[in-house]
Design a protein around this ligand. Sequence first.
Ligand code: ATP
Length: 315
Amino acid sequence: MLTLLKLLKDGRFHSGQALGQALGISRSAVWKQLQHLESDLNLSIHKVRGRGYQLASPLELLDSEQIPSSPWPALIHQALDSTNAEALRAIGRGEAAPFAVLAEQQSAGRGRRGRKWVSPFAENIYFSLVLRIEGGMRQLEGLSLVVGLAVLNALRDIGTSNAGLKWPNDVLVGSKKIAGILLELVGDPADVCHVVLGIGINVNMKATEEVDQAWTSVRLETGRSINRNEFIVILNNRLHQYLQQHEMQGFSVMQSEWEENHLWQGREVSLIAGSHKVDGTVLGIDGQGALRIDVGGTEKIYSGGELSLRLRHDS
Ligand code: ATP
């Protein structure tokens, strides 16, 4: 099926006979594979009598030759349950970190607390970077906020100038989500551990019924189709830059840069942890990346992966 897709990805017409010859299969076998492409990958294929078959729009597939193996190698998959899940399995197999896992499609892309990240075929970036951490807790401090800064700058490099951050790790344009970040950790954080930096970025996605909150993509914001291979190189460079700075200087040097890019600075919010809710005004973050909120005139500090921030409807 993949070979057929590679033949069709130029977006031109190909006759059933030519496709069959190239693949060494019958025309009816070509027809069956085309149906699979439509149903499994949700691709739209034009079928015109006398001309053949054509993808509704040309496809740019992930290409290992366009993604250098530095600063880390990229392991590219056609389809995965989730790039984070595969990264965790690769750690278990003894794959040497750092390495990145990429997929054209995820069937069970992960958000926080078991939520799903919608991941259609060949449209977006589904990326997990695995790091080996030997420096103890200091190297983990503020790490998901560091990844947010790297993703934000990569988005700006590619032309999405209006994106910003929402504590702890969402990247938004206005109130629309353009990227999500999910960190997962294995091993002993006080000694040696591996951390998986999972990143989903909406790149060329133009429509989906599946996302149940406001969202956008680079293409919707910039009005142009983006070469994902080029974007991954940009993302790798930004991640490398911010992770190196974090390793050498710690998170506190990025505190003010992060606050300058926080879309909800000074906003009235509710912070939700399970059934608990705290209302207050966002003051910013501290030197470890924890959220500072003014609650009834007192500054309170909050951190932890289970916290969700919402704008107060009355703000
Ligand atoms: P919180 O504010 O608690 O982090 P969240 O809604 O941002 O909440 P995440 O776990 O960060 O939660 O992300 C998962 C949520 O993101 C999903 O429940 C869905 O609403 C939304 N979502 C899923 N896929 C996409 C996508 N491709 N683009 C934008 N948003 C998505």
